[in-house]
Write a protein of this length. Structure first.
Ligand code: FAD
Length: 305
């Protein structure tokens, strides 16, 4: 997931970096020589990004930034940070007037302090609380247009959903293939356990769901490749994220079940995959928000938030 949040930062830069920023950062990011972390989430704002409290105040040729973020993944291992801060009012006013701005900050930086949040899975990356105290950045750190940070992030959102969708399916395919192998080899009542329909059918059904989700992901990804940012493309990206994650969670669960007690043991990967796949329901976007999008923009139901 570190790569995922990092990619969100990098993709935004591809679309919105100044010539100078592109020259300095994009080539090393693309080559994997440098990594960019991404800091949007805050404890008090939740999914409502327009309510973030981190502020960037104009001051003598630059901006003074103060605030707190959480779950900032891989910042401890990154060379730069794409930070989202508020440069205008909160709430509905902010949505109307534009309010969020993006800043690209070199790491490490003495005005940034972070501490890891112990977490359920994905422990090969740290996700951190981030404290920003009196950070001064020059005007050249601004990415895109002042107050239009959300507009800069928006064109990356479909790609982000598709990355999660494809990543979930990849993980689930691995879980499924290892379950098939185990169910073919493990003999309990004289035959391999995979001969029992109670073991075989959930695996076959998981395969069917994954394949179906995969074709939705492919179709949405083809539209993304063509630069399609239409409402239809966005609806399909949200649909792909939703169905792929649900199919992946189901496949990881049945992979664990097919392994019996071994699936619960740290020695096997099943319990870790089961823990880790849950993240995709929550981050970087919750399943509820994909359903909000589909409910409102595809089905035409009233906006719920
Ligand atoms: C391991 C991990 C790594 C992360 N890495 C990063 C990172 O690098 N950078 C970063 O900026 N962020 C990161 N995040 C944060 C992540 O993007 C957020 O946790 C996620 O967007 C959800 O926001 P929240 O946790 O504030 O949930 P909340 O917004 O508090 O939501 C809580 C629950 O309420 C539901 N809910 C809220 N509003 C509505 C509504 N209107 N309709 C229906 N349901 C609703 C949500 O779907 C959710 O189930 C990470 C999170 C995790 C767990």
């Amino acid at each position: 997931m570190g790569y995922l949040f990092g990619l969100l930062g990098t993709l935004t830069l591809v679309k919105s970096a100044s010539t100078l920023q592109a020259e300095q950062y994009l080539a090393p990011f693309a080559r994997g020589e440098k990594i960019c972390a991404f800091a949007l989430s805050e404890p008090d704002a939740g999914t409502n990004s327009f309510n973030i409290k981190t502020t960037a105040v104009a001051e003598g040729g630059g901006f003074r930034i103060n605030g707190n973020k959480w779950f900032i993944t891989n910042i401890d291992n990154s060379d730069a940070l794409l930070l989202v801060a508020k440069t205008a009012p909160s709430g509905k006013e902010a949505v109307k007037s534009g309010s969020l701005s993006l800043f690209l900050i070199d790491l490490p930086n003495e005005s940034l302090d972070y501490t890891p949040i112990p977490k359920h899975g994905f422990n090969y990356y740290k996700s951190n609380q981030l404290f920003i105290e009196d950070l001064f950045v020059p005007e050249s750190a601004l990415v895109g247009t002042l107050g239009k940070g959300f507009a800069s992030l928006a064109p990356t959102l479909n790609a982000e959903r598709l990355l999660v969708a494809a990543g979930s399916i990849g993980l689930a395919r691995l879980a499924l293939s290892s379950a098939v192998l185990y169910a073919s080899e493990r003999v309990v009542f004289d035959v391999p356990i995979g001969a029992h329909q109670a073991v075989q059918h959930p695996l076959a059904a998981a395969h069917a769901r994954l394949e179906s989700a995969w074709w939705t992901v492919r179709q949405a990804a083809a539209m993304e490749d063509q630069g399609d940012q239409s409402a239809h493309a966005t609806a399909l990206a949200n649909t792909a994220k939703y169905v792929a994650v649900e199919a992946a969670i189901d496949a990881c669960y049945h992979s664990l079940q097919a392994h019996g007690g071994a699936g619960y043991a740290r020695e096997y990967h099943q319990e870790r995959w089961w823990r880790e796949v849950q993240l995709f329901r929550l981050a970087p976007l919750t399943q509820q928000m994909t359903l909000n999008f589909i409910g409102q923009h595809v089905l035409g139901l009233p906006r719920s938030y």
